[in-house]
Design a protein around this ligand. Structure first.
Ligand code: AMP
Length: 372
């Protein structure tokens, strides 16, 4: 999950859909437990926000029930200063019925107050309120709320039925308001030998970004014989990928070391789908995002030639043996190449012809960087 932009505002992931499903299930279970045996309740959803919650809640509810929806429409009352609310849509006779209100969120309690007022003269047997979310810090009323899914702090949220000026209702998870992203974060992508490291050295200065090459960090650790280096070496020497968990933790530490950066050029990371997901979640938590993946596209035969040439001077064990080079391509093709689709789906993939002089290619990349 990454941050999302609706109108002029940005929102970061807050509550995952699995957690929401769990909360809804628990609410439906509690409501059922408290009902007298054989009682058929009528659930009344307060539109618009409750529609996803109500749909899921009703599916989880074990037993017979009736369902209705109402809308509270504001209209100008007799006193010009006061906004009186009117209920639209309730046609059922509720006399002697157990009515359970389904609300998506209760904050100040103003709407809840209206609901209690409106249902007062409906001669119901019982009126109960179930709210998926509740903001205890802003609730100003002395009104009962019988079931609360989750109490949250007073931050504006959207998703799972909740909107910001009409947008955001269709997201299956909940997002929380955050500040606009400040960083420019770019994934420099391409197979081994495509020229990512060379280009990053120019681009980091041109755009004042921090360059993180996971391969370089591993090699630094190997040179200094750290525990991480010893672990990574056996994979790297064979041209295999280092396990995700190790790589992800290392990457996060590198980002944290540069918390005040204008942004990052990620070179050699992510290399697997789970690394990409971890990076998205990690940045989203900071209210930041990947602006784009810039991919250097070079035919494989040319790459093998380049790597063997580099191996003559780089001292890299994985650059001298054609078998190990082929294994690195195999790792790339089976685990890494799919990330093109991952970023393309988010409209963040920018392919660039990686054949040409170094300066020509820098120019091609810069044209994309300028847009991001
Ligand atoms: P590079 O310098 O990017 O070509 O990386 C050299 C080697 O470091 C790779 O062949 C892997 O063994 C390891 N490595 C670098 N980055 C990653 C990563 N994101 N995930 C797993 N292994 C990596």
């Amino acid at each position: 999950m990454s941050i999302i932009n609706l109108h002029d505002l940005y929102f970061k992931p807050f509550i995952k859909k699995e957690e929401i499903q769990q909360i809804v299930k628990q609410l439906a279970y509690q409501v059922k437990q408290d009902l007298p045996k054989g009682e058929i309740p009528i659930f009344v959803g307060i539109l618009n926000g409750c529609f996803l919650f109500a749909a899921d809640f009703i599916r989880e509810f074990q037993g017979n029930c009736e369902v209705s929806f109402v809308k509270l429409a504001s209209y100008s009352g007799t006193k010009s200063t006061e906004n009186v609310k009117e209920l639209v849509g309730l046609n059922e006779d509720l006399t002697d019925r157990t009515v359970i209100i389904l609300e998506d969120i209760i904050d100040t309690g103003a709407t809840l107050q209206e609901i209690y007022n409106i249902f007062r003269d409906k001669n119901v047997k019982q009126l109960k309120v179930a709210s998926l979310f509740f903001k205890p810090n802003v609730f100003k009323k002395e009104l009962p709320i019988d079931y609360i899914g989750k109490s949250i702090e007073d931050k504006f949220i959207i998703g799972y039925g909740l909107d910001y000026n009409g947008l955001g209702r269709n997201y299956p998870e909940i997002f929380q308001l955050t500040t606009a992203p400040k960083m420019k974060n770019i994934v420099l992508f391409g197979p081994p030998g495509a020229g990512k490291g060379t280009q990053a050295e120019f681009l980091k200065d041109m755009y004042n970004l921090v360059h993180i090459s996971t391969g370089d960090v591993f090699r630094f650790n190997i040179k200094n014989a750290t525990e991480l280096g010893l672990l990574a070496k056996k994979y790297m020497d064979e041209g295999d990928l280092v396990p995700d968990e190790v790589t992800i933790n290392m990457l996060k530490a590198e980002v944290e070391k540069n918390a005040n950066a204008n942004g990052f050029i990620f070179d050699g990371f992510p290399r697997t789908e789970s690394q990409a997901e971890a990076l998205d979640a990690f940045l989203a938590d900071k209210g930041e995002q990947i602006n784009g993946m810039v991919a250097l596209e070079v035919p494989e035969d040319l790459l093998v030639e380049r790597l063997l040439e580099r191996g003559k001077t780089s001292g890299r064990a994985d650059d001298t043996d054609e078998g190990k080079i082929r294994n690195r391509f195999n790792e790339y093709n089976t685990k890494t190449a799919i990330l093109k689709d991952y970023f393309a789906e988010q409209n963040k993939y920018y392919g660039i012809n990686g054949v040409g002089s170094i300066a020509e290619i820098t120019k091609r990349i810069a044209e994309v960087f300028n847009k991001l």
